[in-house]
Each structure stands twice: as structure tokens, then as C-alpha cells.
Design a protein around this ligand. Sequence first.
Ligand code: PLP
Length: 373
Amino acid sequence: MLTNYIEIDIDKIIANIEKIHNINKDVDICAVVKANAYGLGAVPIAKHIEKYVSYFAVARFEEARSLRYSGVKKPILVLGYVSPQDVKKCLDLEIEISIYDLSLAKEINRNLDEIINCHLAIDTGHSRIGFRSHELDKIRELKNLKNLHIKGIFSHFSTADEEDLTFTKDQEKIFSNVITDLYGDFDFDLVHIDNSAGFIRLRSNYDMARIGICMYGLYPSDYMRERKDIDLDPCFKFKSIVSHVKEIDEGTSVSYGRSFVADKKMKIATIPVGYADGYFRAFSNLGEVLIKGSHARVVGRVCMDQIMVDVSNIDVNIGDEVIFYDDIYREANKIATIPYELMTALDMRIPRLYIKNNKVVEVDDYLGEIYED
Ligand SMILES: *Cc1c(COP(=O)(O)O)cnc(C)c1O
């Protein structure tokens, strides 16, 4: 029996993809499955959604390689840095790369003896990676690098999830000007700038949209969640059980550092989830979990493998189900982070269960998989 687990409903991911795609059917969907599909499992998810999307995007070469080795056939783009040595392996595995710096591009070109598909990254204001709009001469020099085929051009938004879209529209303008300026120099097959927020807010008409968070059923920001331009269904549930219940007297302290001392008689439940599972220590005395439909607050510090919660007003027993992140936006706000970080922090010690048609179709449990049951 599994104590802690994450259920990932593939049907919900597919339904979210279809809703997003319905915004504009002419735009291809690139499923962003970086960081192990935001912690939910890139390989199982990619395999199940492959026929509903046109492209996959990841952050690292190793992520792309693991998708290819597991049988993913659709194009895969690495959005970040790939070392010139690894670019050779990208060629063999038909993995596409991002090009954003002339000297790095030259080194990549020198290292290759065949042509690789590349996407030109343009920095339109995110200031992360990309050629800037005043570097057109450098971009044009890429035409001399015979082993690089510039298949696409892309950029990335910084604030498309915020109410004020002024900066987003400025970024889009810079991007379209760069494309216009490069007209005749390159023949881009794929032009893409939208992330989830950009695509939903601007309903734009580029060749492709790179969709991450919304595919998993979460909104990119509180603002977008309130606006609800699209109705998304969260695809995962993080569950555990109550492992111990006890009454404590007034004056009893709970957990390391004694940061919590009961000011009255209380009932405390222990749950076998801790910061080693990716449940941040910052949730000490702050986090809330759901038990039998009621909220139970974390009391005392989050330990490595366990937490204690206040169940004074809940009728609980050992073995009762505990739901984490019943409202992941509220929980993220409490510790000044975002759902993206809570998701990607979930440790691989927690088994992942993949559900289709309400049945478990796959389990990813690295501690359990070598045993019979
Ligand atoms: C992560 C990422 C995305 C996806 O962003 P979401 O907000 O999850 O949709 C798209 N493009 C790039 C370059 C990214 O790094």
C-alpha cells in the first residue's frame, strides 16, 4: 500500500490541452515538459499526450535525451544552453536547439559535420537568453554557419500573466520588428513567443504556443486565476495519510526548536511528509492540509520526513487520507512562492500514479519498482 503518492490524471491533461488549443486551432501546441513535466513526470506524460501536441520543449539536453530514449518521436526543442559537445548528440537524436549567442553558435557549428535544426532566441525584454533587437548584424552572421539550419525564431514573455499587458505588447512589437528586419535573410518555419499566459491573454496567431502550467491545469498567476479566461482542471493530487493522533496538554511544545507551544489542550495528527519530500520547511506553522474536508494547520517546524497538524476540531484516525495543496495558490502565497515551485519541488521519493479512464495505468516509484509488491 502506498502511503504518500501523487495522482496524475492524463485525461485531465488532454482535456486542458484541447481547451487551450481551441483558443486558436491554427496554432500548434508545444508541450513544455521541462523539469520532469513540472515535477509530474515527463516521460509518462509525454508518451500519453504525444498525439495531441506538435512539439515538446525542455530546458536541458538530458531531458530531451530521456524523452527520445523512451520513444518520443515528435520534435523536441531544448530552450536553454546545450554544450557544443552535447550538440553532436542532439544531432543524432534529432533534438533541436536554441541559438542565442554568436560565438557559442560558431563553436557549435565548428563541432558539427551535419546540419542541425535551430531556433533563434530573441531577447525582447526578459533579459535571460537571446540576441537583442540591436544585434541584427550578429544574427545575420549566422547565415555563414553552414551546419546550423535556423528553422524557427522565438522569444519569451516576462509579464504576460499580469493585469497590465503594456510590457508584453512591447515585447511582441520588438519581436515582430526583428522578424520583419530579418525578412529575406532567413526563412523561419516556426515563429513562437507565447507561453500559457501569452496565448490565453493575447489569443495570438503565431505558428506555435509553448504551453506549460496550463496544460497541467493551473493558472500562471492569481490574476489569471481570478479572470478565468479559460476553465482549467488541475491534473494532480498529492495525498498522504495520518500516521499518528494524540492529545497534548497546554504548554506542550511541538517539533524541532519548540517554535509551537500549545496554549490549550489540543489534538495533533502526524503526517509522514516532510521537507525531503519537497514540502518546504517554510510551511512551518503556516501550511494547511485537508483532512476529511477540513483544514488542518501545520504546528511546529516541518521535519525532514514528517509534519504535525492541528486536528483539534476534526475526527481523525490513523490511516485517514490527507490532501496537500487543496488550494495550491493559497499555500504558495503563504510562503512567497508560486505553484510552479511547489510542483517542481515534489521529490521523487513520492510515487507518481498515472490515471486514465479512472484507472491507474502506470506507476513511477523508484523505491518500490524493484520489488514484487
Ligand atoms: C517554462 C517556459 C514556457 C512555459 O511557461 P508556462 O508559463 O508554464 O506556460 C514557455 N517558454 C519558455 C522559454 C519557458 O522557459
